[in-house]
Write a protein that binds this ligand. Sequence first.
Ligand code: AP5
Length: 194
Amino acid sequence: MLNLVLFGPPGAGKGTQSEYLIQKYHLVHLSTGDLLRSQIASGTELGLRAKLLMDQGLLVPDEVVIGMIESKLTEHGESAAGFIFDGFPRTVKQAEALDQLLAQHNTGITTMVALVVDQEELTRRLLIRGMSSGRPDDQDEATIRRRVTEYNEKTAPVASYYEQQGKFAAINGIGTIEEIFASICQQIELAQLS
Ligand code: AP5
């Protein structure tokens, strides 16, 4: 199986690149942000509680997102060619839980690829998207800044977790979508060889 963690701050291009990667590698795309937004759209209690945090740019509790990933892994089982984890894991606790869940399915993470984009560019992309997406967390610079702060404080350490396992590559996330896609594919192929 090819199990990829696509990593990077809000607006780095994880969702955009995931769409290309699932076409090429036939992977199942697991985006915790999308799963949470679907709970919000369905008006579930989980969704209503998550929305309060998401709209402020804060992470939802680990247990909530780990539970969602666990049920998706069970649903797809070992029949999938692999998974792209987009927006997950976002804390070291989530990364540890993911390793345990994948081990139960006799597999593990192949590699993490981190998209490196500076804060000015992230803010520019998200404010532009906010005009059409309607995502409450894209609407103002203060909320975007809080999302980036959450990323720097709680999520950035996840990179070291995979680096220590020799499963980490950082690439430039600025450029055309095609250039960035080619760099990600190169890193996947290197990881598959090792
Ligand atoms: P989530 O939905 O994961 O949002 P995010 O990480 O903030 O990511 P985005 O979707 O904003 O950005 P992206 O990197 O996918 O970039 P995209 O391709 O969309 O999470 C939302 C919230 O849910 C969190 O804040 C948290 O509250 C909660 N949550 C989710 N997962 C969680 C977890 N595991 N634990 C706890 N809480 C969790 O691109 C952005 C824009 O840039 C687009 O308009 C795109 O067209 C444009 N763009 C993309 N690539 C380029 C390029 N190369 N050049 C120019 N523009 C580009």
